[in-house]
Design a protein around this ligand. Structure first.
Ligand code: NDP
Length: 315
């Protein structure tokens, strides 16, 4: 068991975490970052990132996160491998337990950048075709499906937005909706239902995906369990999940104020949480945008907020 202490502990190693690492290192806060279960975050499972400014030719997600990491380490960020298993935010310095007690870190400020995890259906084929047709981010990967048929799973606002977005790129967009209605706002429903390129398949679930060299189609079932039940296939090259995200906040218990979806609530335009000295950046506090660039921007803001907090609180 070992103990470390820092002026700023960053939890999470995606774009928000590393950007916070760059800024807090350069501000001489001697930050420590806990890497988490999937170092590099969601971009590690992305293929090419083409919408992050500064990469005119695009860049592979894992390479981009290597670059973020190298830049942060260059300025002195220290990283600790492992997962946060417990936090004590009751007084400062805060105490964070790593891997059930193998290590303790004492921190004057904390930046939470633990991200959100896209929900999947749980089909074995989703893993099989991950990066080969299966994606949970149309904004990230839609461009690769220009003039090709795709499907979006889900009937909420995200699914409608993604279907709409993809309809400008793909040759055809199926929406696979398990109920007989869309849960999305009336406005988004109208846009989807009036879009000639989008075909909504109501009362439909996905049974499996197929394809020899990458994804070629989905095997679907309509009206499951009723007299009208039928199975059928659609030919698609892309299968986009849009059934929601789960913010990674479970380890914080009830210490932090969360919204009804479980995202951390921040105060006004700042990254401050309800606990003085604890800040939140990136997808874990952002149900709306969830982009690498917006996460990186809020990582910067959290670092500046932490620095100001330390100045004002005489640390
Ligand atoms: P939602 O929870 O609103 O919708 C999820 C959708 O996925 C629902 O249609 C749900 O079906 C479906 N779904 C969930 N699990 C499964 C499953 N296992 N199999 C098949 N379908 C499934 O999530 P969103 O990400 O769409 O939105 C999250 C929040 O963010 C919402 O409050 C939304 O309004 C908001 N948002 C706002 C936007 C805007 O204002 N521009 C843009 C995007 C999101 P069912 O209805 O049957 O449960």
């Amino acid at each position: 068991m070992s103990e470390l202490s820092t002026k700023c502990l960053i939890i999470g190693s995606g774009p928000a975490g590393y950007t916070a690492g760059i800024y807090t290192s350069r501000a001489n806060l001697s930050p420590i970052m806990v890497d988490g279960r999937q170092p590099g975050g969601q971009l590690i499972t992305t293929t090419d990132v083409e919408n992050f400014p500064g990469y005119p030719e695009g860049i592979a997600g894992p390479q981009m996160m290597e670059d973020f990491r190298a830049q942060a380490l260059r300025f002195g960020l220290k990283t600790v491998s492992g997962e946060v298993s417990e936090v004590d935010f009751s007084k400062r310095p805060f105490i964070v337990t790593i891997n059930g007690g193998s290590q303790y870190i004492m921190a004057d400020t904390i930046i939470i950048a633990t991200g959100a995890t896209a929900k999947y259906l749980g089909l074995p084929d989703e893993q099989k075709y991950m990066g080969l047709g299966v994606s949970a981010c149309a904004t990230c990967d839609g461009f690769f499906y220009r003039n090709r048929p795709v499907a979006v799973v889900g009937g909420g606002d995200t699914a409608c937005e993604e279907a709409e977005y993809l309809s400008h790129l793909a040759s055809k967009v199926y929406m696979i909706v398990r109920k007989d209605y869309l849960r999305a706002s009336k406005y988004m429903q109208k846009r989807v239902l009036e879009n000639d390129k989008i075909e909504v398949l109501f009362n439909t679930n996905t049974l499996s995906l197929f394809g020899e060299n990458g994804l070629e189609g989905a095997h679907l079932i309509r009206h499951r369990g009723s007299e009208m039940e039928e199975e059928f296939d659609i030919a698609i090259d892309g299968f986009f999940l849009a059934i929601g995200h789960t913010p990674n906040t479970a380890i914080f218990g009830d210490a932090l104020t969360l919204d009804e979806q479980g995202y951390i609530v921040t105060q006004g335009k700042s990254t401050a949480t309800n606990i003085a000295g604890v800040f939140a950046a990136g997808d874990v506090a952002d149900p709306s945008y969830q982009q690498a660039i917006s996460a990186a921007g809020s990582g910067c803001r959290a670092a500046l907020d932490a620095e100001r907090f330390l100045m004002l609180n005489d640390n």
